[in-house]
Structures are given as C-alpha cells and as structure tokens.
Design a protein around this ligand. Structure first.
Ligand code: FAD
Length: 483
C-alpha cells in the first residue's frame, strides 16, 4: 500500500480548503519556514461550489456569482493574490431588486436594507406594503426590546418587531433566501446576529438602520471617503478566478485532485519523528499520514470521515442539515427577453407558490456577463421548502424555469443557450440550536488535538466566511504542529 506523509493535510479544495492552504503558503514566505502541506480534493477540479463556465461569450456562474464587500476576507484575499485589478462592481445603472407579489414584479422601495427602510419618505410612497402593514411596521419604533434570552427564529423576530406582512413579503424571500432556508426554522443568532445587535443597541430596528445610515453619511462627508466597492463584488472573468489564483500560488506537489478521502484514523503508538497523528484512507487504497488535519468538506462528509474515530463528533457533524439547490442560466437576445428590465433581478415570497425562488439578471448585475445585445438570466430552484425540484433532471429544470419566466416576465422565446447546475445537499441550514451544535462539536474536538474543521457548515456560508474559516483552521494547525 502506498503511503505519503505530510505535516498538515487539508481535505477539500473548495474556497475554505484553498484559503487554508494559502495561509500556510503565505506564512512560509513570511517566516522562511516551509510547512509541508497536502490538499486532497475528490473532484478533478478545484473550487468546490465556485464554478464559472464561459460559453459563446457568456460568463455563467453555476454556484455563487459574487461576494459581499462588507465582510472583508474575500476582498483581502484578492489583494494578496494581486488580482485586485480584476475586481468588478455591480452595474449601478441597473441598481434595484424586484419582489414578486400577487404575480406582479414590484421594485423594492429605495433605501431598503434587508429588513427595514433607511429612507422613510420613499418607503411611505411605495405600495408594496399596505397602509396597515406600514402602521404595524412603525410599531417597531415604540415596542420594547426583547427580554427573554430564548433563541428566536428569523420569522419570530420579524413578526415581533415589524409584523407579518414584512415577514411574508420581504424577510421571507430576501433574508431567508440568502440561506435557501425556511424563516420559521432558521436561527437569527447564527444567521443575522446584526439584527439582534441593532435591537439591543437601539431597541428599534428601523431607528437603528436610520441611525447607522446617518452615521455612515456623516463619516463619508467628513472624511471625503469614496467607497471603492459595491456591496456585491465579483471578478471580471467569473468567480472561478479566485480558486485558480490561489491554486497558482501553491506548490504543485501540495495539491492532489481526484483523491477522495474515505476515513480519518488516529495513529497510536507513534514513534516517527516528527510524529504523524492521523492516517487518511483514500478511496484508491492509498494512505496519507499527517500531524494535523483540516477537514474543509461539507460537515456531513466530515462526519462520515470521523465516524470510527468519534461517534459523538460524527453525530453532531451529521446533525447540521443541508438542503439542495439548483441554478439555471438562460441566455436571450435583448429583443427576445420581452423588455429590457432594469434591475438586478427578483425574489419570490413563499406565499406566491412558484417553482423558482429567485432570479438574477446576471448581465444587468455585472456588465460583461453577456455579449452586447444579449441578456443572461439565472434562476434558483430548490431550497428548504422545494428541495425535490433541485434534483430534477437538467432538461426538466430548464423547462420548469422557462415556464416560470414566461409567466412572470413574459419571456417565451427559445433561449440561445441554457445551463443547469444541480447542487445536492449544498446549503447548510443554521436552524435554532445551531450554536449549541457548534459548541458540542468544539468540545468533542478537544479530544482530537490536531484535527480542525473549516467551511460553510459552521460560522457563515458566504465566501468571505469560508475564507475566514480556512484561515483560522490553518493558523490553529500551524500553532499545533509548532508546539
Ligand atoms: C447555488 C449556490 C449559490 C451561492 N451563491 C453565493 C453567493 O453569491 N455569494 C456567496 O458568498 N456565497 C454563495 N454561496 C455559498 C458559497 O458558495 C459556499 O458556501 C462556499 O463556496 C462553500 O465553500 P467550502 O469550501 O466550504 O465548500 P465546498 O465549496 O463545498 O468545497 C468542499 C470541497 O470538498 C471536496 N470534498 C468533499 N468530500 C471530499 C472527500 N471525501 N475527499 C476529498 N475532497 C472532498 C468537494 O469536492 C469540494 O470541492 C452559494 C452556494 C450555492 C450552492
């Protein structure tokens, strides 16, 4: 049986695993002390959920299409990788999001920030929320703050502060949509802790949002600060540029693709120097021994890998539920896309009972996603409340999305091209109790020094969160092998 040894083994070549490998590489450059590291990826390509395809001049994102600039890790990584001149902002001339309500697309009122308006006059004029709904929202200004320490779902929080109408029309598609989740089960603490902080600080969400906006505008005026980035950022040639750029900095021998790890075992009675504490069994019959291991796979895979090592750890990792999603991208000539819609796309409240969750008008959001005179649309299918649809055959997914777009946007033309990407068990669900599950996982990990976790399952699903988790795991692994 073939065996390879390394100081730190990283399982998974998604952005979290790659960020961990990059951290180790950067530290080696900084200190002049190389750490032997090996990244094992099951597929024949790196990037995991990040997948860009270029077809006939269209740039199509199968998974994520952007990262948010408010969380700095992704932007910082682009700068470190010296690809900052490839960063691309959203196209301001198309700013705006629509909400489908009673079969019609309504533009989300100007100045609406996730849950509450920061621009009250334009919100009051807008017909999306009824006068009664607006009155209920306004109660947020006088309602007392939360006293009980009990964990709340997103639905409970929004209903308590802003009313059922805001929950159904805005929070459900816009906020829960980011996690492809059901607001009735998702933990506010684990997904949007900033709302808890706003309530704690200002008592009222609306007042808090307005105050924060005012502070920001004041700061901007005083300092002459001109924001360099839009909230959503991407890379000119698509998000896959990011994993490719990371991989290009790594030692070729430090990456093995097409290598699936099937078990992590503890080595006992170790006499080698330096010691190798873990053995990774691979599906091709080979073994990698390592002093420290970073499992940067989805948590249910990490759970499977450690099931013989620690059943309780495995049980807690498997307790994090995932749902499946799919994206379908369709390209049209401008004249066939019924109208030149002005916006970044639309989201759909669950109450509308549609088969798609949302749609991004990709070539409006980022100007170079379609050749001139063409329009690229992508739609999301599946999620917590429509999971089965995400796993339909590609042909069926495309047909389903075309029917929905015909109904909603009046697009009936044959698309120039169509692509469907199915992501089985792709979105971890941070339900109420998620932070307790994480606590139990951390406790169990104490019994396995040298074993670390990274990725979207734990403390944030966005690309920046995943990069941060990879960085942290690498830092801890380095600390471990150097002490
Ligand atoms: C459709 C979709 C749209 C999204 N949109 C956005 C967005 O616009 N912005 C944003 O910030 N986030 C978005 N996300 C979330 C974000 O893309 C993911 O959370 C993030 O990319 C996950 O990175 P990761 O490294 O944790 O995991 P992954 O990307 O899943 O990487 C894990 C890797 O581990 C490998 N692996 C698994 N098992 C093994 C094994 N046994 N041995 C070896 N390797 C293994 C896998 O092949 C994979 O490459 C989206 C997600 C999806 C699915």
């Amino acid at each position: 049986m073939k065996e390879r040894t390394t100081a730190i083994a990283i399982i998974g070549g998604g952005i979290a695993g790659l960020a961990a490998a990059y951290h180790l590489r950067s530290k080696a450059k900084e200190t002049g002390q190389e750490t032997d590291c090996l990244l094992l990826e099951a597929q024949n390509r790196l990037g995991g959920k990040i997948l860009t395809e270029k077809v006939d001049g269209f740039i199509i994102e199968g998974g994520p299409d952007c990262f948010i600039s408010e969380k700095p890790a992704a932007l910082q990584l682009c700068h470190k990788l010296e690809i900052q001149n490839h960063l691309m902002k959203t196209d301001e001339s198309h700013q705006g999001t629509f909400i489908l309500w009673k079969g019609k697309l309504h533009k989300l009122p100007e100045g609406f920030m996730l849950l509450a308006p920061s621009d009250i006059p334009s919100f009051l004029k807008d017909p999306l929320i009824t006068p009664l709904g607006k009155l209920r929202m306004a109660m947020d200004l006088i309602l007392p703050g939360k006293k009980s320490p009990a964990e709340e779902t997103l639905a409970q929080f929004v209903q308590r502060r802003l009313g059922k109408e805001v929950l159904d029309k805005i929070a459900d598609p816009l906020v829960a949509g980011i996690h492809a989740s059901d607001p009735a089960t998702m933990s506010l603490r684990s997904t949007f802790p900033r709302f808890i902080e706003l309530e704690h600080h200002y008592r009222s969400i609306i007042r808090g949002m307005m105050k924060r906006k005012k502070q920001y505008l004041k700061y901007k005026k005083k300092s002459g600060y001109i924001p360099q980035y839009s909230l959503f950022m991407t890379l000119k040639d698509g998000l896959s540029e990011l994993p490719h750029a990371v991989a290009s900095t790594l030692n070729r021998r430090a990456i093995l693709t097409g290598k699936k790890v099937i078990a992590i075992e503890r080595i006992t009675g170790n006499v080698t120097s330096p010691p190798r504490h873990y053995a990774l069994r691979l599906s091709d019959g080979t073994t990698v021994t390592a002093q420290a291991v970073i499992a940067a796979t989805p948590s249910f895979i990490a759970g499977d890998l450690v099931k013989d090592l620690d059943q309780s750890l495995a049980g807690n990792l498997n307790a994090i539920r995932y749902v499946s999603t799919a994206t379908v991208s369709l390209a049209y000539r401008d004249e066939d896309s019924a109208a030149r819609w002005n916006g970044f796309g639309f989201v759909i409240p669950h109450k509308e009972k549609r088969k798609i969750m949302a749609s991004t008008w990709s070539s409006n959001k980022f100007f170079n996603r379609a050749p001139h005179g063409n329009f690229l649309i992508r739609c999301f299918v599946g999620g917590a409340r429509n999971e089965d649809l995400a796993l339909l055959a590609e042909r069926q997914l495309i047909a389903l999305v075309r029917e929905e777009l015909a109904d909603i946007m009046g697009i009936t033309a044959e698309p120039l091209l169509a692509r469907a990407y199915r992501w089985e068990k792709s979105m971890p669900q941070y339900v109420v109790g998620h932070s307790d599950t994480l606590k139990r996982i951390d406790e169990r990990l104490q019994a396995h020094p040298g074993l670390f976790l990274a990725g979207s399952a734990y403390r944030g699903i966005g690309i920046s969160d995943c990069i941060k988790s990879g960085d942290r795991a690498a830092m801890k692994a380095l600390e471990y092998i150097n002490t």
